[in-house]
Design a protein around this ligand. Structure first.
Ligand code: SAM
Length: 343
């Protein structure tokens, strides 16, 4: 039983946030002025247990989910994460296939955890890195975390076989634009796929302004001005990154253009926050309380029915509406913070 939403989109991907905590304080996501020492993160009993996450994921898989991405906060700060990976890696689609199981991380703890995660059944990782310049990166991550330690984490992930490894770079005008071409050069040399992400208006803490977005068109011009590239085909429906293949054969890069070229019509993604809220859009204002269903004695069949019913009425297309109705000015709608939703 694979439900379609109100706009005919299937449910293929699930992003699971395993914690709202993070060891970084990226200015565009969890700025330290807001998320300081006395910030009240979720108490433990409100965070889904591994058993609850596994049960929810199994129900999603029954409804057609083929890809699971573990995120956060910073997922590697959740204690004993490899155990959860082991549980999720054992899931199979209704026709017996393995899932595409991956994780997004800032890379800080990969040196320690890449091996255990791989052994537990993780297939690959995406690492976030916004610059190779320590001054730029340190200012963006909010804690002066050195580039070399992320690069070391990436080395550890490659050595552990967590491939193909992707790197995500959020580009903010006037902050790290100068890092675009050096990052592209580095990724080409290493043979990994770099994906540029347009700075998005998620949450309220980051004080987003449209003029800080470096558009996909500008990013493309910056990279292809140095290394010509041609469009590649999407790997599957709902792939968020526009793919570009270098003409000299040195691999590819991607651009995630959710602001200037929204891709809502192909969005097949649901999101589960650390406290068990189910969101059907990154820009959703409200989630459905899946934790309550997991904890109120409902059967697995009830759980599947709840998820299917939620998906069938889904009509979210925030990014397209933003473009249509506001021409990019910041719409004044309440939004959930990225760190809570998991990006
Ligand atoms: N801590 C992990 C990490 O650093 O990858 C996972 C969670 S993080 C919220 C997921 C991704 O969202 C990261 O690549 C981050 O750069 C991106 N992100 C956060 N806020 C963003 C924003 N306002 N616009 C675009 N991307 C953003």
């Amino acid at each position: 039983m694979e439900p379609l939403d109100a706009l005919g989109r299937p449910l293929h991907d699930l992003r699971i946030s395993v914690t709202d905590r993070c060891n970084f304080r990226c200015t565009y996501c969890m700025p330290k002025e807001v998320f300081g020492r006395d910030y009240a993160f979720l108490p433990r009993d409100q965070v889904l247990s591994f058993e609850e996450i596994h049960r929810a994921a199994r129900a999603f898989v029954e409804l057609g989910v083929q890809k699971l991405r573990i995120t956060g906060g910073e997922p590697l700060v959740r204690r004993d994460l490899p155990s959860l990976i082991g549980m999720l890696a054992a899931l199979r689609t209704p026709d017996g296939r393995e899932l595409d199981l991956t994780l997004t991380t800032n890379g800080a703890a990969l040196r320690a955890l890449a091996g255990p995660l791989r052994d537990a059944g993780l297939r690959r990782v995406t690492v976030s890195l916004d610059s190779l310049d320590d001054a730029v990166f340190g200012a963006m991550n909010g804690i002066d975390f050195p580039v070399a330690r992320v690069l070391d984490g990436i080395d550890a992930a490659l050595a552990a076989g967590l491939t193909p490894l992707k790197v995500n770079m959020v580009v903010r005008r006037g902050v790290n634009e100068e890092s675009v071409v050096p990052m592209a050069r580095w990724a080409r040399d290493l043979g990994i796929t770099l994906r540029f992400i347009e700075y998005m208006d998620v949450g309220h803490s980051n004080g987003w302004r449209l003029d800080e977005v470096v558009s996909a068109a500008d990013l493309l011009a910056a990279v292809t001005g140095t290394w010509p590239a041609e469009p590649g085909d999407p790997a599957y429906r709902g792939e968020v990154a526009g793919r570009w293949r270098y003409l000299d054969g040195a691999g590819e890069f991607g651009i995630i253009s959710s602001v200037t070229m929204p891709f809502c019509r192909d969005c097949t993604r649901a999101r589960l926050s650390a406290d068990g809220k189910l969101y059907t859009c990154l820009f959703a204002t409200e989630g459905r309380d899946l934790r309550a269903v997991l904890r109120d004695g409902s059967s697995d069949a009830d759980l599947v029915a709840f998820l299917a019913a939620t998906w069938r009425v889904r009509d979210d297309r925030y990014s397209e509406l933003r473009t249509l109705s506001t021409r990019g000015d910041r719409p004044d709608l309440p939004r959930v913070e990225m760190f809570a939703m998991g990006g």
